[in-house]
Design a protein around this ligand. Structure first.
Ligand code: NAG
Ligand code: NAG
Ligand code: NAG
Ligand code: NAG
Ligand code: NAG
Ligand code: NAG
Ligand code: NAG
Ligand code: NAG
Ligand code: NAG
Ligand code: NAG
Length: 877
């Protein structure tokens, strides 16, 4: 290029640099304790407009065509109806949008949760996401997703509110971490993708949530925070730099988009001081722009705090539709009708919202899979009010359809396959079932005296813990306790088995402990969603120790019994360093949150019907402080939004331990088997792939589907409408738009960001271009193979893990990139074959706003855990 062109180019570059520096924090934080890393405080999220309109790319073409054909037929009121919920407890599901009676189209039903159906009977309680993550098993994840999807389908649900990859699990005490998978973005990304494919193959739309950086419960909502004693006026802001956003938090969402997730739920808290459901940077730019998301964004329940601006920032569906629960007013609904009529909200944006919603519907085949909703979330009675809040339309509300099929078998297997064996002295395990006298200890072994669904939303910790608490739960059809299962097993074998389940009955514990030859102690730790406080834990855990006196229970049993097996049910990491090396603790199992078959699943492992192969999906550290990043329990910004600075960047969980050189109790990826394995013969095959090129060019212009009357009279409440009181309808109660809107700031266009209404072609994003980002990121650059041999005397399964060192100082020592679960019979070998993609080798460049492969030497490692990596090879890029 010539001198003047070069000069212009240089100036443009400089301007671009300045623009970037001013827009999104790009600082990398090599060490959070280094002064100067407080730069994230009051981080700013730049405006990004207009909201990208869907174009049917990435496998959505047929759904797009069908959706457009549908939307073209709709009137403005009908379009508004499909975007806005009818209000809290208005319809049968936890979320319901309006219908299109003219076309015989029932409104959509959105229902919790990520592990099964909440608020319904005759449904299954699957193991939690954070538990099945420990199976490292793509097939299991897919099957669990498919079976959940079939249950939602059978109840008439259109949209399942799951799976979860936000929280990712930045801090181990995060209350809802167990709803997601793992603090490792790759493990989470593969798990979420398989789950989505399973759910959607069953004909139900999956909702990946909560987008994004929803890493703690404290201060996620203002009302809730005031309720537990903190006067704040805005919710917490998770402040993150660009690099950690891309390399860590956005990563599994990219996998979700690539897997075709039909919906994404935006989160309660702010991201860089902009609300999750009004954040044009995260919704318009990252999600719909860079990741090419084609489906719809729905708000979390009450996470919407504005009207037109949320629509322009990329939100497509308001849930549950009212401003706050049961206010009978809406930011959308009539306000949306008004906003189109007064020209503030462009028609193309509304059309895009509805097209995205309907495209997700067609993508998963709901046009053929749909049955009418046959349950009601707000009552277990057979007859009752269809509109619970309004107490209107009495009739048959619960048909009690049993949708469980044979799922309980896979649930039992899935939980057993997810169980992690942490310690096994000699051959303590498996037990033969012929032990002369077995003692079972701990409240966690038994049934809750209030029944498995006794406490609303499982918001208590009584009896065995098989699920956390909050909206991420389902109803148990039954809950097989460990005590029941183990007792059945041993009684059948003619053995002696007794239990003490009061953790404080020291004398009885000691008396039984002294007599037994085998003690099995059950301990737990629980957590959940912030609207429920259990024993002072406001969703998030206050500590990482065991609940209900667990440590003392173990101490009491081990004091009198030299063969003590400990089983942990927990929502995440617990600190076990005070007792794991006790020689009388002869075996330890982490069983997570196993769901309805809890007891049978653990019995299958204890008695050797299943050879454990699970691996820890997180690090078990000695001290809470070793994790490096923690939760914010006290507001730190007066009454303004608490500032939660993710100063550790990408260094969470094992990456933090590795960086600080801290030895954990059991590392990420760790897990034993009843047999042993040997790793050998690593081979690297290089593939020739083209250069990585940025995506260029422009989109088309925004389509407008159909036209609408501009006569305000056409939008008034219809005469003779039989309406549900308290329902959000799209109609206006005045021909004066300002009166119909009833907004105190009506007419103010201050919130309209430049370009937000622009429907002209837009530049494509360099790192975008396909679902999950630039398609070239997914080029396979290397294939790595090695041999894994079963050197023990039992058939088993092993999970070889592939890690990369990306070399640079600001990179973790190693990062997980892929894995496989191989079935290997005793004495046999299997070949582990793993692809390494360009994305796997890349870092995020904050200047070019794209991925790049650095100059640093790259090394591949393979082994059975994140710290036991016997095989390695350099990668010649
Ligand atoms: C909007 O949805 C409601 C509730 O389902 C329905 O009663 C109403 O007729 C719908 N309005 C239009 C214009 O379709
Ligand atoms: C919280 O704010 C409310 C309203 O501003 C005020 O009445 C109350 O005293 C405040 N409480 C505390 C603990 O500051
Ligand atoms: C329109 O939105 C405003 C908040 O922006 C709300 O106060 C008002 O009640 C809404 N109007 C209707 C009719 O729901
Ligand atoms: C049940 O759980 C609640 C909340 O954790 C606790 O306060 C109560 O003591 C428990 N009840 C029993 C009988 O353990
Ligand atoms: C940790 O929290 C649990 C649940 O609230 C409680 O039972 C336990 O006593 C706490 N541990 C410590 C060491 O305070
Ligand atoms: C059991 O624990 C309690 C409380 O720490 C203690 O007082 C008691 O001595 C222990 N019993 C045994 C046998 O260790
Ligand atoms: C436990 O103690 C008994 C009796 O001293 C002994 O026979 C047995 O081998 C010990 N078991 C273990 C696992 O150390
Ligand atoms: C952070 O930097 C300080 C000062 O350079 C050093 O002492 C400390 O060990 C570092 N911490 C970690 C976790 O790397
Ligand atoms: C148009 O209507 C919306 C929704 O009620 C309102 O927020 C906005 O202020 C109005 N704009 C104008 C220019 O009247
Ligand atoms: C942040 O971005 C600016 C502008 O692109 C660049 O000059 C600076 O080096 C970046 N800082 C880091 C730490 O990446």
């Amino acid at each position: 290029m010539g001198y003047s062109t070069w000069l212009l180019f240089a100036i443009a570059q400089a301007l671009a640099t300045v623009a970037l520096a001013q827009t999104f924090p790009n600082t990398t934080y090599p060490n959070a304790t280094v002064p100067g890393n407080e730069g994230l405080n009051n981080a700013y999220s730049p405006p990004k407009y207009p909201s990208p309109w869907m174009d049917g790319s990435g496998g959505w073409d047929q759904a797009y065509v069908k959706a457009q054909a549908f939307v073209r037929q709709l009137t403005l009121l009908e379009k508004v109806n499909l975007t806005t919920g009818v209000g809290w407890e208005g319809g049968p599901c936890v979320g319901n949008v309006g219908s299109v009676p003219r076309l015989g189209f029932e409104g959509l039903c959105m229902q919790d949760s990520p592990l099964g159906i909440r608020f319904a009977d005759f449904v299954s309680a699957f193991p939690a996401g954070g538990t099945v993550a420990a199976a490292w098993d793509r097939g299991l994840w897919y099957e669990r997703g498919y079976q959940m999807g079939m249950e939602f389908r059978g109840k008439g649900v259109d949209v399942q509110l799951g799976p979860v990859v936000g929280p990712l699990g930045r801090s181990p005490a995060g209350g809802r971490n167990w709803e997601g998978y793992s603090p490792d973005p790759v493990l989470s990304g593969i798990a979420v993708a398989e789950t989505i494919k399973g759910i959607q193959a069953a004909g139900v739309v999956a909702t990946t949530k909560h987008y994004i950086m929803n890493e703690q419960e404290h201060f996620r909502q203002v009302g809730e925070s005031v309720g537990y004693g903190f006067n704040i006026t805005e919710t917490l802001s998770s402040n993150v730099a660009d690099k950690a956003m891309h390399e860590l938090y956005l990563w599994p969402f990219a996998d979700a988009v690539r897997a075709g997730t039909g919906a994404i739920m935006c989160s309660y808290q702010q991201i860089n001081n902009s609300y999750g459901c009004a954040n044009s940077y995260t919704l318009n730019y990252l999600l719909k722009g860079e990741l090419g998301f084609q489906g719809f964004v729905m708000s979390d329940w009450q996470a919407q705090h504005a009207g037109v601006s949320t629509a322009l920032a990329g939100m497509d569906m308001a849930m549950p539709g009212d401003v706050l629960f049961n206010t009978y007013t809406s930011y959308w609904g009539p306000n949306m009708t008004v906003a189109v009529l007064n020209g503030t909200l462009p028609e193309w944006r509304l059309d895009d919202m509805v097209t995205r919603i309907m495209a997700a519907f067609y993508l998963v085949g709901r046009d053929t899979a749909r049955v009418p909703v046959n349950f009601n979330s707000w009552s277990t009675d057979t007859f009752g009010y269809q509109n619970a809040y309004a107490r209107q339309n009495y009739g048959l509300i619960n048909q009690h359809v049993d949708v469980r099929g044979e799922h309980t078998r896979s649930i039992r297997t899935a939980a057993a396959r997810s169980t992690v064996l942490l310690k096994n002295v000699g051959s303590t395990l498996p037990l033969s079932g012929m032990e002369k006298f077995t003692g079972i200890f701990g409240e966690d072994a038994e049934d809750s005296k209030y029944g498995p669904n006794g406490c609303p939303d499982h918001g208590c910790s009584n009896g065995t813990v098989a699920m956390g608490w909050g909206s991420g739960t389902s109803s148990f059809p039954f809950l097989v306790s460990p005590l029941t299962a183990i007792q059945n097993e041993l009684v059948q074998n003619g053995r002696v088995v007794q239990s003490v389940t009061d953790n404080y009955a020291y004398n009885y514990i000691a008396a039984l402990g002294r007599q037994v030859d085998t003690a099995i102690v059950f301990v737990n730790s629980d957590s959940g969603e912030g609207f429920i406080n259990v024993d002072g834990n406001i969703g998030d855990r206050n500590n990482l120790t065991l609940w209900n006196n667990g440590e003392t229970l173990i101490q009491n049993v081990t004091a009198v019994c030299n063969n003590t097996i400990v089983v942990i049910h927990s929502t995440g990491p617990v600190t076990i360093g005070s007792w794991n090396e006790n020689p009388n603790v002869t075996a330890i199992l982490w069983a997570g949150l196993p769901g309805e078959q809890s007891g049978n699943s653990i019995a299958d492992v204890l008695y050797g019907r299943v050879n454990p192969a699970g691996k820890l999906p997180f690090t078990l550290g000695r001290d809470r402080a070793d994790y490096g990043s923690d939760l914010l329990y006290e507001p730190n910004n007066g009454e303004n939004a608490p500032q939660d600075n993710f100063e550790e960047g990408v260094f969470i969980d094992y990456r933090a331990f590795d960086r600080a050189g801290i030895k954990p109790v059991y590392e990420f990826g760790y897990g034993l088997s009843y047999t042993t394995y040997n790793y050998s013969d690593i081979q690297v095959q290089k593939h020739s792939v083209g250069e990585y090129t940025p995506t260029t060019g422009q989109t088309g212009s925004a389509p407008v589907l159909g036209n609408y009357s501009t006569d305000v009279n056409d939008y008034q409440w219809p005469a003779n409408l039989t309406y549900v009181t308290s329902y959000i309808y799209p109609y206006l109660n005045s021909t004066d738009l300002a009166t119909a809107s009833n907004s105190s700031d009506y007419g103010s266009e201050d919130f309209l960001p430049p370009g937000a209404r622009d429907s002209s072609p837009q530049p494509r994003i360099a790192a975008g271009g396909g679902p999950g980002g630039n398609p070239l990121l997914y080029d396979v650059m290397f294939t790595v193979t090695c041999t894994v041999t079963n050197t023990g005397d039992r058939d088993g399964e092993e999970i070889p893990q592939l890690y990369l060192s990306l070399g640079g100082e600001d990179n973790p020592k190693v990062v997980l990139r892929t894995f496989a679960r191989l079935s290997i019979n005793k004495g046999m070998s299997a070949t582990f074959v793993a692809d390494v993609t360009r994305r796997d080798l890349s870092n995020w460049d904050t200047t070019t706003q794209n991925w790049y492969i650095s100059e640093h030497p790259k090394t591949v490692y393979v082994g059975p855990t994140s710290r036991n990596l016997p095989l390695s090879a350099p990668l010649d890029i």
